[in-house]
Design a protein around this ligand. Structure first.
Ligand code: ADP
Ligand code: MG
Length: 269
């Protein structure tokens, strides 16, 4: 299991997590949703061992990830950050290879790298420099690096956890779905996947569990039909929400946007 229990953290004098509790199970896709600033990335950083909370406990397979050496941690879990670094001097293949630890033999490194590039639909661009990719392609390249890290971890006997912070940001509709399909395959392969998502319909369609964060706490963590209710979403997002069921079992979560008329900076005087 991967779990954060009653985790609190203050950064720069600001209380960001205030008793957040979340369990991520192996073989499952867990979506973490909530408004900007709710603490999703901070909670993911605590779960990945990148941040140490002030209070509460984090356990990854029974151990505190913040106490593991970076090389060990790198085999246990793979992470896609919300804003991955530039990686300018590399080709796509070189970037993805960076996800594979040195301990993996060259032939296996090659196989894992090419597999991750294939899974993200980037084979055609494999030798392209990273800075010659579109924003969405670059995002998928970083996702491929995280997948390569997860597969390499599994090759070394671990690779239990895959944590993706907004993996579908800047992707078109088809690529958003294919990212979640890749996440599902990793879960079917035994990994516990935690994905921060903003598209609630995508979370409802693709995740086993949806956890909703609000003001530094996880307010619900349950199957999507239980956690994504209009009343809770309206409270958390401050927006009226309708839920449609265009096909049996498929729930579309639709914000009812407020009228745009009224006094705004851009309105004519
Ligand atoms: P989310 O991913 O849900 O959008 P984050 O976890 O990134 O939210 O951030 C939660 C809140 O904490 C935000 O209001 C953010 O500005 C603030 N925050 C994050 N990191 C720091 C920091 N190092 N110092 C001060 N405030 C921070
Ligand atoms: Mg974030």
């Amino acid at each position: 299991m991967l779990e954060a229990r009653d985790v609190s953290i203050t950064l720069g004098g600001v209380s960001i997590l205030r008793g957040a509790t979340l369990t991520v199970a192996p073989g499952r896709v867990t979506a973490l949703v909530g408004p900007n600033g709710a603490g999703k990335s901070t909670l993911l950083a605590c779960l990945s061992g990148a941040l140490r909370p002030d209070r509460g406990t984090v356990r990854m397979d029974g151990e505190d990830p913040a106490h593991l050496r970076p090389a060990v941690l790198g085999t246990r879990r793979a992470v896609l950050d919300q804003s991955p670094g530039a990686a300018a001097p590399f080709t796509l293949t070189e970037l993805v290879e960076l996800g594979v630890p040195q301990a993996v033999a060259p032939a296996e490194t090659r196989r894992i790298t090419l597999g991750a590039i294939h899974d993200t639909g980037l084979s055609r661009l494999a030798e392209r420099p990273i800075d010659a990719l579109s924003g969405g392609e670059r995002h998928r390249a970083h996702l491929a690096r995280a997948l390569a890290q997860r597969h390499a971890g599994k090759h070394l006997g671990w690779g239990r956890w895959l944590m993706l912070d907004e993996p579908t940001a800047s992707l078109d509709l088809k690529h958003q779905a294919s990212v979640l399909q890749v996440a599902r395959r990793c879960a079917d392969d035994g990994a516990g996947v935690l994905a921060v998502l903003h598209d609630l319909s995508l979370a409802a369609a693709m995740a086993d569990t949806v956890a909703v964060m609000h003001e530094g706490r996880v307010v619900v963590s349950a199957p999507p039909a239980e956690s994504l209710t209009p009343a809770l979403l309206a409270r958390v997002y401050g927006l009226e929400i309708a839920i449609a069921e265009p096909r049996a079992g498929l729930r579309a979560i639709i914000p009812i946007y407020p009228s745009t008329t009224g006094d705004h900076l851009c309105s004519s005087p």
